[in-house]
Ligand binder design. Sequence first.
Ligand SMILES: CC(C)(COP(=O)(O)OP(=O)(O)OC[C@H]1O[C@@H](n2cnc3c(N)ncnc32)[C@H](O)[C@@H]1OP(=O)(O)O)[C@@H](O)C(=O)NCCC(=O)NCCS
Length: 385
Amino acid sequence: MIAKDVPSLPMGDSPDLILVPATPAERIASIRLNSIVWKGPLDVETYIARENHLLEQRLTRDGLTCWILVDRNEPEDDRTILSSCESYRKKALLAHDGQVEEVGTHGVGSVYCRPEFRGKGYAKRMLEELSTKIDTWKMEKEPRGRALFTILFSDIGKKFYAQFGWRPYLSSHLALPPAEGVTHGAGEKTRDLYAEDVRSNMCNDIILAKLRDQLRVASQKSTGAKVAIVPNFDHFVWHWAREEFFAQRLCSHRPPPMIKGAGNDDARVYCAWNRNFGEQPEDNILYILRWVYDDPTTPEEEQTLVQAMAGILKRAQQEAHDWNMHTVEFWNPTPLLQKAVALLDPDAQLVHREKSSISSLRWTGAELGLGKDVEWFLNEKYTWC
Ligand SMILES: CC(C)(COP(=O)(O)OP(=O)(O)OC[C@H]1O[C@@H](n2cnc3c(N)ncnc32)[C@H](O)[C@@H]1OP(=O)(O)O)[C@@H](O)C(=O)NCCC(=O)NCCS
């Protein structure tokens, strides 16, 4: 596993290079290598422990693959890791021509090349190879035997991944500062959500059926496929496993973060969140992972809903304050959520990100006659891995 001298390294277009799933020891070696950029406030061993803890979660334990670009002539477990990344198998919904089906997909993450190997085309080669492998990887049980799309979140802008087919999608967010001493106005009925409340209010069969219906109707109204990552409870549990791991190590003096979101039963609006603990104060963000509500049918209903959303956001600001978070943030807010934010902070601006967390989707459904365009529904933070 020890790196060879840089001059003896192959170029990225060498026929000797191959992309393979890492062995367990190689996976740990690649985590150790990328720790310099992603360990945040953890030491290397604790960072490895976190990655292992996340691997054990239901969302990822059967579907995670660590990929490494290596020289095919080197022996397993003794190969120089030229570049690495991970893929996570996930469930998704696909709608086209009024039909909705459950399909498999992958999220790609942790794309990495160690500093001394950069600029030789290793990441490029890895992604070229990955883009030919990933559609059929772990897709044996799919009716078509392949995924029709895969996603990733680029932290290096919109161009690099686009050359391999991962096109940038809407990547906007709204942010609110933490706020102290939140008091509920008369008639405001915001309540805290614990993990089980998120499950019962945001991940139940009715919510999933509504999503299927929304996709079906949308696919009847306009051409082009519609897709969504299934917002199942496993996603939230994975994000909470991450925050709880950090909280246990960085805030051991206080009880773990139990409040996982907020909701209003009268207006039937709910959100789930998690706390991100970073190295810099501005990396500490309370992310709203997902919102659930029904579209209002009258102006009165809309007013009630927007006010309930504002109440929930205030609760999130209080929680951000209690956990020393820098901001409350949520992705791709709908017009109604933008109205709710405007009630709290008329100066809040919708930010369109150009560099970090660029939602990107690679669509290959055109090859199967499903059209060249695809719309991504529920492009929210819960999909990030
Ligand atoms: C991004 C990274 C994987 C590239 O690895 P690499 O092997 O040097 O990449 P390649 O040699 O194959 O390709 C270099 C290309 O990457 C692009 N690139 C590298 N770092 C970049 C950055 N920070 N922002 C934008 N583009 C970047 C360059 O545009 C370059 O393109 P060019 O060939 O047209 O000049 C590597 O710099 C890295 O590990 N960075 C730290 C971790 C990271 O940010 N990963 C991406 C997470 S989404």
